[in-house]
Design a protein around this ligand. Sequence first.
Ligand SMILES: [Zn+2]
Length: 346
Amino acid sequence: MLSLLLTLCLAAQPETCGEHALPAAPCPEGAEAAAAAWLSDRPALTLDGWRCGAAPPLEVGEIAPGVFVHPGPVAEASPENGGDQANVGFIIGGEAVAVIDSGGSRAMGEALLAAIRARTELPVRWLILTHMHPDHLLGTDPFTEIGARLVVHARLPEALRNRAEGYAESWERQIGPRAWLATRVPVAGVTSAQTVQPGAPLSLDLGNRVLRVEAMPTAHTDNDLVVTDTGSGTLWLSDLAFLRHTPVVDGSVLGWLAVLDALSARPGARMVPGHGPVSEPWPEGLAPTRAYLTALVEETRAALRAGESMTDATRHLGSALAADWALFPAYNPRNATAVYKELEWE
Ligand SMILES: [Zn+2]
């Protein structure tokens, strides 16, 4: 599968250049016109040349027949990893492909699409975005460019709109201008997405393979989706489950624990967490996330009973768990503050 490979440079810093795939373009016929059309609404970029070739595929593993997951490194976003953090992947049915999360930069979305094209030419009909966090959705553009329909929680468009500017600034700073090149927060794309309401699951038929997409009540964020591949018994939990990488509370800790309780009663063979090993036994793989959230709740309630201020309490809340988790100093203090604020008035 050949793509149109563009060498793009930042208009403001012409020395910052990188190569990007334009997968929807006919190649080589019409390449010049396709490149010009694509660039016309991207004033920050200039073209320094183009050629046709294969974009490098993202590394993925097959955890069940037709279910492929890329293992995101357990690390903070940096110029070295280019925003490659989250576990993302795709499911191939008899007639179509569904992608679940697109990664932390345009380049990562392109590489994920190349990994799909290395395995099948079936149309990529859906891109399911499990929630609003940048490491899960900044690679969306290459999929909308080939006509994939976005599927999101009903609350995601507004949540993303409110945070888009902050996400773009902080993410560009973290991964650097080269890795950020041509990346956009998909605010416009999600306005025309298929939305899923809590209590009203959506079925996606990939051809002899049905995915159930469910919108959760507020948990990790207020816009989490769970995708179940009913045939293989795979529950794609994304950031409702963390392994190794310290969990991130950006919704409701009590809501999250309730969601995990409800989900864990379901049948299933395996789960895909948002960070850490790509496939864990179901429901045992939920245990570390649950243990962390439960400990934070118990310790926070004890601190509140003892009359500790938020400043004093957040210095030690969760600290007994530090050895169990990577990136603890980066995430635990923020979680402790969020949990204190949530439980303060109960
Ligand atoms: Zn997340």
